[in-house]
Design a binder for this molecule. Structure first.
Ligand code: UDP
Length: 396
């Protein structure tokens, strides 16, 4: 049988859409191997005509330097947002059609809230019989633009999102609630922290805090890191080590590397093996990115959220705090003091939050979504592991 061509449409606004797209591709290949050919493209930046293709470039500035402006855009009433998207879709129509014809897909997957609006009309017109699905990659603050009535399926991360999808006009039969897709490995080796620390060259016996530097202003990351290291180093109230992952922020790596640290500190740029670094640590300080939160929950990591992008990430803060899986502490010193307390006399609270995180985790989301996609394409799972798990997914 000819390979099924699967086209995943995303945009590099934040790393979360890309991480979910990679997770889906890895699982599709694992489950269906040579039956599928999976392409991931940045539809917005690489395939739309100017000026539409420049819109994603504004996202880092708006979300980090002008959050109030981003918030007003995000809060635009759907009576304005929906017609604006229809206008953009008309302007993008030829480019979208050309792209779809070039890839000639058997299945289209969107992992970005704007994509379905750009693609729906074109795919209905030229590819009316192929499935077109949305995978929602936000957690707490899900924008109604995610929900387009013409999709074959919409995969959502939790019950609230399921309700919102139905209120936005999707039929219950269109919506599947499997969780936010994360890459493989996050739920693995949960009880081997010391061994993993040794493998990574960390001190096996010392507790470790993971501080994420991506998506937070450089000065705040440095201040938080200094404060944590003071608390955990000689003369501080606690003991422990610090891992700082800066993502693609090379300037942050350089500035942190020039500091002399009072506690053992590892500074890293972009890492592919986030699962391993999460497994090596006891807690995490991060902004409220949905992908990172879902990964941390699967890894049983209690969270200190130290910021959020207004709009789509505000709901993530409420979700984590209300569910008892972490705290929201923006001030660098307060965040650092909480780490020290968790590593000393509030250890019980940290462990309780780790348990809560594991309870909320949906580590099989990617596998369940891919099993359902396979059914849409009438494909048999190639992977014996997936076949063995079929009964699990079916009973859900
Ligand atoms: N990430 C990664 N390596 C890094 C830094 C981040 O793989 O060095 C991943 C992280 O694990 C998560 C994604 O980047 O999957 C960030 O997505 P999230 O939804 O948390 O935030 P966004 O960047 O989309 O705002």
């Amino acid at each position: 049988m000819a390979r099924r061509r699967i086209l995943i449409l995303m945009s590099n606004t934040g790393s979360g859409h890309r991480a979910s797209a990679l997770a889906l591709r890895a699982e599709l290949k694992r489950a269906f191997d040579r039956q599928v050919r999976v392409s991931i493209i940045d539809l917005l930046s690489d395939y739309l005509p100017p000026p539409l293709r420049y819109a994603p470039n504004a996202y880092p500035f708006l979300s980090q330097d002008a959050p109030w402006m981003w918030k007003s855009l995000w809060q635009l009433d759907m009576r304005i947002a929906a017609p604006a998207m229809r206008t953009a879709a008309r302007a993008a129509r030829h480019s979208v059609l050309r792209t779809l014809q070039a890839y000639n897909p058997d299945l289209i997957i969107s992992v970005h809230p704007l994509v379905q609006h750009l693609v729906a009309a074109a795919s209905r017109q030229r590819f009316p019989s192929i499935p077109f699905v949305t995978v929602v990659t936000d957690l707490g603050g899900i924008h109604p633009l995610w929900f387009h009535r013409s999709v074959t399926r919409c995969y959502v991360p939790n019950d609230d999102a399921y309700q919102l999808a139905c209120r936005s006009g999707l039929l219950p039969g269109q919506v599947r609630n499997y969780g936010l897709p994360i890459r493989p490995g996050f739920g693995d080796r949960l009880h081997q922290r010391m061994a993993i620390r040794r493998e990574l060259g960390l001190l096996p016996e010392e507790q470790a805090v993971l501080l994420m530097g991506n998506g937070v202003k450089r000065a705040r990351v440095i201040k938080t890191a200094r404060s944590i290291a003071r608390g955990l180093g000689a003369g501080g109230e606690g003991r422990g080590q610090l891992v700082i992952i800066c993502g693609r922020n090379e300037r942050l790596v350089a500035e942190l590397s020039a500091i002399s640290w009072p506690a053992p500190t590892r500074i890293l740029g972009f890492v592919e093996e986030m699962a391993t670094w999460m497994q090596a640590c006891d807690c995490m300080v991060t902004k409220a990115g949905p992908g990172t939160i879902a990964e941390a929950m699967a890894s049983g990591l209690p969270l200190i959220l130290n910021g959020y992008i207004p709009g789509q990430e505000a709901g993530n803060v409420t979700y984590v705090v209300e569910q008892g899986a972490g705290r929201y502490l923006v001030d660098p010193n307060e965040a650092a003091h909480q780490v020290t307390r968790w590593f000393t006399h509030e250890q019980a609270e940290m462990e309780l939050m780790a348990q809560r995180a594991l309870t909320l985790a949906r580590p099989h989301a990617t596998r369940d979504i891919v099993a359902d996609l396979g059914a849409l394409l009438d494909m048999r799972a190639y992977s014996p592991a997936l076949l063995a798990d079929d009964s699990l997914s079916a009973s859900r």
